[in-house]
Design a binder for this molecule. Structure first.
Ligand code: DAH
Length: 371
């Protein structure tokens, strides 16, 4: 029995002195491996007489357990020390500037959407959104475009195949890719009631493609619903927005009578521009010599039929709405001339027209500041 005690003592001493995991593993093999000394003792049990085995068996098992525990304990301590050392060595200096490459950029469409959110937030507008896969009711019907309405045909809509209800054979309403952001007006009024003050930027789809049209493009919708809202509020809001967006005080707006099914009266807003060495530069009245008017956005007073469709009382609640192309706003502000390049993903274009992620638009620093 003394032999076992001294063997345990020796093993403990050597385990404590092991310098690294490899040395520890060598000790494990030496004591507990197939040919190990403790394993050898265990093997002798089989040849013992029952009395002797009963006396020595538990002692040898205890020895094996003691060595195994000592090995495990030392291993854990070593691994903990190693982790500590690695954590101490691998520091990361978060104050270092981001590496030069690879570096992405913020797409002008995203940048302009951030600018819009910033400008309108200052006027008390929240940002709302709706689904890009819409139903006919939200995209058309609730916006005063019933099935036979000619404006529906003008939208070059991408439809999904009509679904048929299995047992009855009845055709369900067709789903479509929304053709404008105006259905978000309907969804917002229905979900939150009145008053409303939102903008809704997002993707829209039409089957149309040339230098100024792509099958997917971006719009931002604006909607204000409250008591006693009139065209004056609309004009002030558009003027304030455009001055902040283009960062020019001399932006001049002209409201021209127009027609949209969801507004009554409807107006189109033109902005004045001057021709400077062949380029249109926004600012000043389009009626001055050398100036002209550029059509920019559609708007109007929300049609009372739309307000009714959204379960609000049009005698109590009035409002205005507007819709404008985000890509077009970006092109005008940052001087791109081909819309298709927006969606080509050409890294040279993105590097040239993209924005730094650190260039967050703020009203105080200028919503269009370039880093
Ligand atoms: N939804 C229209 C379009 O895509 C744009 C528009 C016009 C939106 C007038 C409006 C509006 O909210 O009042 O052509």
């Amino acid at each position: 029995m003394d032999d076992y005690a001294s063997l345990e003592k020796q093993a403990r001493g050597r385990i404590a002195a092991a310098g690294d995991l490899a040395a520890l593993e060598a000790l494990r093999v030496q004591y507990l491996g197939k040919q190990g000394s403790v394993s050898g003792l265990l093997k002798t049990l089989g040849a013992m007489a029952p009395d002797e085995r009963q006396a020595k068996g538990p002692a040898i098992q205890a020895l094996r357990q003691a060595v195994a525990d000592a090995l495990a304990e030392r291993k854990e301590a070593m691994e903990a020390a190693e982790l500590e050392a690695r954590l101490a060595a691998e520091t990361l200096d978060l104050s270092l500037p981001a590496p030069e490459a690879p570096k992405g950029s913020v797409h002008p469409v995203s940048q302009v959407m951030d600018e819009l959110a910033e400008i309108f937030a200052d006027m008390g507008f929240a940002v709302a959104s709706g689904p890009e896969i819409e139903d006919e009711w939200h995209n058309f019907t609730a916006l005063n475009m019933p099935e036979s309405h000619p404006a529906r045909a003008m939208h070059d809509t991408f439809y999904f195949p009509a679904e048929v209800d299995e047992p009855s054979g009845i055709e369900m309403g067709r789903m479509l890719l929304r053709t404008h952001t105006s259905p978000v007006q309907v969804r917002t009024m229905m979900s939150q009631g009145a008053p409303v003050r939102i903008i809704a930027p997002g993707r829209v789809y039409r089957s149309d493609s040339d230098a100024t049209h792509t099958p997917m493009f971006h719009q931002v919708e604006g909607l204000v619903i409250d008591r006693g809202i009139h065209l004056g509020h609309l004009k002030w809001t558009l003027e304030t927005f455009l001055k902040a967006f283009f960062e020019r005080e001399d932006i001049v707006l002209r409201l021209r009578p127009s027609y949209f099914p969801f507004t009554e009266p409807s107006v189109e807003a033109d902005v004045g521009f001057a021709l400077e060495s062949g380029r249109r530069v926004l600012g000043g009245s389009g009626d001055e010599p050398g100036h002209g008017w550029m059509e920019l956005l559609g708007s109007g007073m929300v049609n009372r039929r739309v307000i009714e469709s959204c379960n609000l009382d049009p005698d109590e609640w009035q409002g205005f709405a507007f819709g404008v192309g985000v890509d077009r706003l970006a092109m005008l502000k940052y001087g791109m001339d081909d819309l298709r390049a927006f969606f080509d993903g050409d890294v040279r274009w993105l590097r040239h027209y993209g924005f730094s992620p650190f260039d967050q638009p703020t009203l105080s620093a200028g919503v269009g500041a370039r880093a």
